[in-house]
Design a protein around this ligand. Structure first.
Ligand code: NAD
Length: 494
């Protein structure tokens, strides 16, 4: 297969054109090679995309589409993704070093997201509310206008779809800025959107730097909503910019999610779920179960089984069907994980496994890192408080329910949590007590597009997915229509 845009064109306001901004390099970190290098979007490119988006979004032909007509575009985009799944997954593996299996699953989920929001749009009701007088009251939903979507590199096609599908379904125009490390897959999605016949201008893909392109998308007065997925410090900065404009912004940010193992769990299920929760995607997942709490009564036995199972994981090339843990997205990102590992050493962490790069000629050129388990730290250690975003798990013992609830909640993040126990009443109590947008009981990292997703605290605000996901991209308007035919009694005159 080959790269779709050999001359490095961007999709600006529905036209393919050369970027005029700073150079972007997409790398295949698993082999330490370059995929392509091209000029990203400049400020002028963004302004031009915004202008064209305004015109396209205001076009009565788009505005007047009935929900089932607008939904057809989403179904066609979903079909386009499905028809190109092999190509998309190849590109995504090249862009991010994800395994082919994971890349295929993400592409499938992106198609399902477009289909789902087409269906939600077609089946959404408006609200007829109870009047307190002789009038009819109802509440309708209008598009916001222009939506800025900013996505990270770790699951690009799924993140792009999670924003673009509901935003387009809601009747907006979308200006998407992918992360600089993963521009290719977003441009490929633009090609599919174009083939689906979406009117020109309604969708733009603007790879470029966060500071220039990303910031402009948030600051620009014509952008009416921003949907951001990325790191907490970036999200916090963008929230300030949005507050100044009084603009709605949704923030899907980082995590340091607790996984809790009780003595009465099914240990085989728990070990499989924990491995998948932290080491799949090489730990580069916002919902990675990166803090493990194991009940003290089974701690030694359980942790030693977990270490053995971790050492059996296959670390390897993303195109090898046997690989479970692939290369990290970029050598620079591995360097940041290695800096955290050094912090754990400095804090006195005990390395039960990993803590180094894998050895062997096949790993020499790639950004691989050995799955790592660290014990001997307290919940207060920097290693246990901050998101590492790599294949690094910290494990700590706990005594009872109260103990583990308090340790789980003693962290700024609130994205996800896993609980392993056969006692359903206990799982229920914990699920309600722990601060997290998603709780998994006897499973981990399972998703349904119908189920809302998002975080609390430093993990962000707002929810994506689910039927309400469409409403997040609309303005609600309430209308009162008088049926009494009587002048208002307050306005008496002789
Ligand atoms: P990042 O915050 O560095 O970048 C995310 C996006 O924001 C990129 O497109 C980047 O170019 C852009 N950006 C950076 N600075 C900007 C600025 N000043 N103005 C506007 N845009 C700017 O994050 P990353 O390293 O790409 O992604 C990893 C992070 O994303 C992790 O913290 C991870 O937990 C988080 N994440 C969260 C979720 C979720 O749903 N909660 C999902 C995936 C990833």
């Amino acid at each position: 297969m080959s790269f779709p845009f050999p001359d490095g064109r961007l999709f600006v306001g529905g036209e393919w054109q050369a970027g005029s901004g700073a150079e972007i390099t997409s790398t295949f970190a698993a082999e330490g090679t370059e995929n392509m290098r091209f000029a990203g979007a400049s400020k002028a490119d963004v302004l031009s995309a915004i202008d064209r988006a305004k015109t396209a979004q205001a076009d009565p032909a788009w505005q007047r589409l009935k929900p089932h007509e607008r939904a057809m575009y989403l179904y066609r985009i979903a079909d386009g993704i499905t028809a190109n799944i092999e190509r998309i997954s190849w590109l995504q593996s090249r862009d991010t070093s994800k395994t082919r299996n994971e890349a295929r699953a993400l592409a499938g989920s992106a198609a399902a997201t477009f289909r789902y929001f087409g269906a939600v749009l077609e089946t959404s009701d408006e609200l007829l509310t109870a009047p307190r007088g002789d009038y009819l009251t109802y509440s309708v939903h209008d598009p916001i206008g222009l939506v800025g979507a900013i996505t990270p590199w770790n699951s690009p096609i799924a993140s792009d779809a999670q924003k673009a599908a509901p935003a387009l379904a809601a009747g907006n125009a979308v200006l998407l800025k992918p992360a600089s490390w993963s521009p290719i897959i977003s441009l490929e999605l633009a090609r599919i959107v174009e083939e689906a016949g979406l009117p020109k201008g309604l969708y733009s893909v603007l790879p470029g730097s966060g500071r220039e392109v990303g910031n402009l998308l948030v600051e620009h007065p014509d952008i009416g909503k921003v949907s951001f997925t990325g790191g907490t410090s970036t999200g916090r900065h963008l929230a300030h910019v949005a507050a100044e404009k009084l603009m709605p912004i949704s923030l899907e940010l980082g995590g340091k999610s607790p996984t809790i193992v009780f003595e009465d769990c099914d240990e085989d299920l728990a070990i499989a779920g924990i491995l998948f929760g932290i080491f799949s995607s090489s730990g580069q997942s916002c919902i990675a179960g990166s803090r493990l709490f194991v009940q003290r009564s089974i701690y030694d036995r359980f942790v030693s089984r977990l270490v053995k199972a971790t050492e059996a994981l296959k670390v390897g090339h993303p195109f090898d069907a046997e690989t479970q843990v692939s290369s990290m997205v970029h050598a620079d990102h591995r360097a940041s994980v290695e800096a955290y590992v050094q912090t754990a050493r400095d804090e006195g962490g005990e390395f039960l496994t990993g803590g180094r790069r894998p050895e062997g000629a096949e790993y020499d050129n790639g950004a691989y890192y050995q799955p790592t388990i660290i014990a001997g730290l307290t919940n207060q250690a920097q290693t246990c408080r901050e998101e590492i975003f790599g294949p690094v798990l910290v494990v700590m013992p706990f005594d009872d329910e109260d103990d583990v609830i308090s340790m789980s909640n003693d962290n700024d993040y609130g994205l996800a949590c896993g609980i392993w126990s056969r006692d359903h009443a206990k799982c229920w109590r914990l699920a309600r007590a722990i601060r997290a947008g998603t709780v998994w009981i006897n499973t981990y990292k399972q998703f349904s597009i119908s189920t809302p997703f998002g975080g609390d605290g430093a993990s962000g605000m707002g929810r994506e997915k689910g039927r309400a996901g469409l409403r997040a991209y609309q303005r609600q308007k309430s209308i009162y229509e008088d049926h009494s035919g009587q002048p208002h009694p307050w306005a008496r005159w002789p």
